[in-house]
Write a protein that binds this ligand. Structure first.
Ligand code: 5GP
Ligand code: SF4
Ligand code: MG
Length: 465
């Protein structure tokens, strides 16, 4: 998901709509905005579909007045499918000291257990979302102000959370102690501030990137001041390495590094680790593009756009059913026959999950007359599900959990198949020490099975780590 908030501007909701539009790649299912205005109080709008189709209508935006607003774009992760509009964030709660809106990116790994406990103690849940726990936990806190209540609540929550919240006067941002999901602070003019999942959300409104909210940090912004605190036990951070590979936008800056540059560097690593004689390097657009550029530069093999993407389709993977996902590939991608015919082609994609994308693309490339097809993947084999906010299927549907690399190559039906190594990925992401346990490193659980937080609900359901 994507989260965005602004304080200190006239008609903050318009800024939030722009920010969410820039974060649309993080969630395409639905979006919501809550604003606050001194006269008209809190107002909200939640809609299915793209930001641009909803939050551009003047009639709707006029219902969201005020200088403070937050918003959310939704990407449903496993367990929260078939969304109802009441699952769309931000959520809102009214406490004795006033209202609070909350938008969450990530996944709470003990949400089922918390929900059971809260329902037993009288909470009335409105949605099926794990994120709603935060509001109910806040309602039960005895603290006298909302930021303190939020700290109480989040200390009980496990897993990944980058949270943006707002009261009548304050904009609040928090990252879980591991800092799994991103969150950044931007400054607009003299005393307006923005919080955004990624820096590309700041760029679109012309805000200056100040810094990241640090792992385990809470920032409370009011009256042009940022107050910082550390509500959690300190622990080495474990940012999601897959944000670098796929999830974030290539024009965003994460951990002081350009996402584009990291992806290009993964392609360089791949060319060194898995060279092949070929005539053409093609990306699987758009997610494989920067890595393909790196592969071509390092190998000296010409780069070309052998597959053309229809710009009007979303990210295939995010469509909810297998049937639609299977159709989606053909709706979205087409082969550039005249470039491909008669050539030995290296295809570069970001990841193989179920393998359906790779198999279909191989068919299209061979139909177009390619002589050989070599797949190069800009991440290690995805052998484990993510429980921290990226939608990966159960292990039995993950190709790499059930096949050796050679079996995968044969199943996909290509001449060769190589994945970047985990060490290569760490090198590309600028973490030279790689998997040295003593220094801050990434979460790479979907590749390694090394889960930085035990996924409590999943373990209760019988998941074996
Ligand atoms: P597959 O067909 O192997 O199941 O899907 C892999 C493709 O889905 C990749 O091309 C990747 O760009 C895309 N994708 C979209 N969203 C996700 C996601 O959340 N996780 C992963 N691993 N891949 C995704
Ligand atoms: Fe990211 Fe993978 Fe860790 Fe999930 S399991 S947070 S996708 S690195
Ligand atoms: Mg892709």
């Amino acid at each position: 998901c994507g989260v965005f908030g602004v304080t200190g501007v006239a008609e903050a909701a318009n800024f939030v709509a722009l920010g969410l539009h820039a974060l649309q790649h993080r969630g395409q299912e639905a979006g919501g905005i809550i604003s606050h205005d001194a006269e008209r109080g809190f107002n909200s709008a939640h809609r299915f579909g793209y930001v641009r189709d909803n939050f551009t209508k003047q009639s709707l935006m006029e219902t969201l007045p005020g200088p403070l607003a937050i918003g959310h774009v939704r990407y449903s992760t496993a367990g929260a499918k078939a969304a109802h509009i009441r699952d769309v964030q931000p959520f809102f709660g009214e406490f004795s000291m006033g209202g609070c809106a909350v938008a969450h990116n990530g996944n709470i790994t003990n949400a089922d257990a918390l929900r059971r406990e809260l329902i037993e103690r009288g909470s009335i849940f409105q949605s099926g979302s794990d994120s709603e726990c935060i509001i109910h936990l806040m309602a039960r806190s005895i603290q006298r102000n909302i930021p303190e209540r939020m700290k109480d609540a989040l200390r009980r929550v496990e897993g990944a959370f980058s949270v943006i919240a707002m009261t009548r006067t304050k904009l609040i941002g928090v990252r879980d102690p591991l800092g799994v999901r991103p969150l950044v602070i931007g400054k607009l003019g003299d005393d307006a501030y923005a919080l955004s999942s990624e820096t590309c959300g700041l760029d679109i409104i012309g805000a200056e990137f100040l810094r990241e909210v640090e792992p385990g940090e809470m920032v409370v912004i009011s009256k042009g001041q940022i107050e910082s605190s550390r509500p959690f036990h300190p622990t080495p951070s474990r940012f999601c390495i897959f944000e670098h590979v796929y999830f974030s936008r290539p024009d965003s800056i994460i951990g002081g590094r350009s996402v584009y540059e990291t992806r290009r560097q993964i392609g360089v690593e791949l060319a060194r680790e898995a060279p092949v004689e070929a005539d053409l390097v093609c990306p699987v657009p758009d997610s494989g593009t920067p890595a393909a550029i790196g592969y071509a530069q390092e190998s000296g093999i010409p780069y070309g756009m052998g597959i053309i993407r229809n710009q009007y389709m979303g990210r295939t993977f995010i469509e909810p059913t297998d049937q639609i996902r299977n159709m989606g590939v053909r709706l979205k991608l087409n082969v550039n026959r005249s470039l491909i015919a008669g050539k030995r082609v290296v295809l570069v994609d970001d990841s193989v999950v179920r393998g359906t994308t790779s198999r279909k693309i191989k068919d299209m490339i061979l139909d177009a007359g390619a002589k050989e097809v070599h797949f190069r993947i800009a991440s290690p084999p995805t052998a484990w599900p993510c429980f921290y906010g990226v939608d990966t299927p159960d292990r039995d549907k993950l190709l790499a959990a059930n096949m050796t690399p050679e079996e995968m190559r044969e199943w996909i039906g290509v001449d060769s198949l190589s994945f970047v190594s985990l060490d290569g990925l760490y090198r590309a992401a600028g973490e030279a020490k790689g998997r040295d346990k003593s220094c801050p490193q990434y979460c790479d659980a979907c590749f390694s099975g090394d889960y930085p937080v035990a996924p409590f609900d999943q373990l209760e359901r019988g998941f074996q780590m």
